[in-house]
Design a binder for this molecule. Structure first.
Ligand code: NAP
Length: 357
C-alpha cells in the first residue's frame, strides 16, 4: 500500500523532506503540496502532485492520507488542529507551536480525538549515535546519570533572519528534547548565562550557556554557539555514577596534506543528521500507514515549548526560572512526572572511599 502524503511549506526543510519522501523512501507518494508562496510550491512539487492554495484545503483533500508540516512555527497550530479535525496523521517540524497555550490546545484536541496523530520533528531521537548513547544509559551499567554536557554549534546563521531569541526558542528545543529522552526525566527549571559575545555574531546574543535542572536533580549544560564558523558540531557526554558515555566525534572526512591532519566536521544539520531524518520518516510513514503516530509526541513538543519559554524569561531575570507542566494525559503515558526545582546537582549514590578528601 502506498501512503499518499501532502506537504505544507516548501522552503528549505520542506524541499529536503520532499526529496526524502520521493527518492529515499518506498511506499510513499507526495500527492499534494502547499505553500503561502504558490510559485515556490509549484516549482518544487513532484510530477503529478496537486498544488493547493491553502494548507486547510490540502489537509481536507480526500487524496491526502497523511500530512507533513514544514511551514514556520506560528502557522503550525492551525494546521495541526485542522489535521486532527480531519483525523489525519501528521508529521510537524519543530517547534510544535510557539506558545504553551497553543501546545495545550493541540494536546486537548488530540486527546479528545482519542488516538495519537501528531509526531514532532525531533530527529536526534532517530540518530544512530544518540540511540547507542541512550541504550548504554538504559542498560544501567554506568549507574544513574548525574550531568549531561550538550554542545550545539552552528557554522553561521542568516543575518537579519536569526534573532537573539532564537538560540533559546528555536535551537534549544533540540537539546531540551534530547535531554528529556536520554535521561527519562522532565526539565523543572532553566538558567541562562550570557558570556562574552562573539564578534562574529554582529548584534546577536551569541553564544549562550543554558543550565537545565532535571526533576531527579541531574543537571544539563548546553552551549549554543551559532556563528562558530568551522561547521555544525553536535556533541554530548553524560556523566554517570560509575563512568561516562558520549557521542562519538563525527568527522565527515579526514584530510592529510602538507598542512597536517584535518578532521572535517559536517557543514550543517542536513549533512550531520541525514540518516536520522531518513529513519525518522521511515518510522513516521510506518505509523501513519496505521492511522497513528509513534515518535516524539505533542506532549514532547509541549515540554520543549515550556523550556523555551522559561529560557526566554531566565535570560531577562538572570534567575532559575521554573518549568511547570500540566498533568500528563494518559494518551502520552510513559516517562516520569516530576515537580522538584532544585539548585544542586543530583548526588552520586556511591560512597566515597574511606580517607578520601
Ligand atoms: P523556510 O525555508 O522559511 O520555509 C518555510 C516555508 O513555509 C516558506 O516557503 C514559507 O513561505 C512557508 N510558509 C510560511 N507560512 C505558511 C503557511 N501558513 N502555510 C503554508 N506555507 C507557509 O523555513 P525552514 O528552514 O524550511 O523551516 C521550516 C520549519 O522546519 C520551521 O518550523 C523550522 O524550525 C523547522 N526546521 C527544523 C529543522 C530540524 O532540524 N528538525 C531544521 C530546519 C528547520 P514564506 O517564505 O513566503 O514565508
Amino acid at each position: 500500500m502506498t501512503l499518499r502524503v501532502g506537504v505544507i511549506g516548501t522552503g528549505m526543510i520542506g524541499q529536503d523532506h520532499i526529496r526524502r519522501l520521493t527518492q529515499v523512501l518506498s511506499a510513499v507518494e507526495v500527492v499534494a503540496v502547499s505553500d503561502i508562496d504558490g510559485a515556490r510550491a509549484a516549482a518544487v512539487a513532484p510530477e503529478g502532485a496537486e498544488i493547493f492554495a491553502t494548507a486547510g484545503d490540502l489537509i481536507r483533500s480526500e487524496t491526502v492520507e497523511a500530512v507533513v508540516i514544514c511551514s514556520w512555527g506560528p502557522a503550525h497550530e492551525e494546521q495541526l488542529l485542522d489535521c486532527i479535525a480531519a483525523g489525519k496523521p501528521v508529521f510537524c517540524e519543530k517547534p510544535l507551536v510557539t506558545t504553551a497555550a497553543a501546545a495545550l490546545r493541540v494536546m486537548e484536541a488530540e486527546v479528545a480525538f482519542g488516538r495519537r496523530l501528531v509526531q514532532v520533528g525531533f530527529m536526534r531521537r532517530f540518530d544512530a549515535d544518540y540511540r547507542r548513547l541512550k541504550a548504554t544509559l538504559d542498560a544501567g551499567i554506568l549507574g544513574a546519570p548525574l550531568m549531561f554536557h550538550s554542545t550545539h554549534r552552528n557554522a553561521a546563521v542568516p543575518e537579519g533572519l536569526y534573532t537573539s531569541e532564537m538560540p533559546l526558542n528555536d535551537t534549544l528545543v533540540h537539546d531540551a528534547d534530547i535531554s528529556r529522552w536520554l535521561l527519562k526525566d522532565e526539565v523543572t527549571g532553566v538558567e541562562v548565562r550570557v558570556p562574552r559575545r562573539s564578534r562574529r555574531g554582529n548584534d546577536l546574543r551569541d553564544p549562550v550557556m543554558v543550565l537545565l535542572h532535571m526533576g531527579s536533580g541531574a543537571l544539563v549544560d548546553v552551549e549554543i554557539s551559532v556563528n562558530i564558523t568551522y561547521g555544525y558540531d553536535i556533541r554530548g557526554e553524560v556523566s554517570c555514577e560509575e563512568g561516562t558515555a558520549s557521542l562519538p566525534l563525527r568527522p565527515a572526512t579526514v584530510i592529510r596534506d602538507i598542512h597536517g591532519v584535518r578532521h572535517m566536521v559536517p557543514a550543517d544539520w542536513r549533512e550531520r543528521f541525514i540518516e536520522a531524518y531518513d529513519q525518522e520518516f521511515r518510522e513516521w510513514t510506518a505509523a501513519a500507514g496505521q492511522g497513528t503516530a509513534t515518535g516524539p509526541s505533542t506532549w514532547d513538543g509541549y515540554a520543549a515549548t515550556l523550556v523555551a519559554d522559561a529560557a526566554l524569561r531566565a535570560v531577562e531575570t538572570g534567575a532559575l526560572e521554573p518549568v511547570r507542566m500540566c498533568e500528563r494525559p494518559s494518551l502520552y503515558a510513559g516517562g516520569r512526572t516530576v515537580t522538584n526545582v532544585s539548585g544542586a546537582p543530583r548526588q552520586s549514590k556511591r560512597q566515597r572511599p574511606e580517607g578520601f578528601k
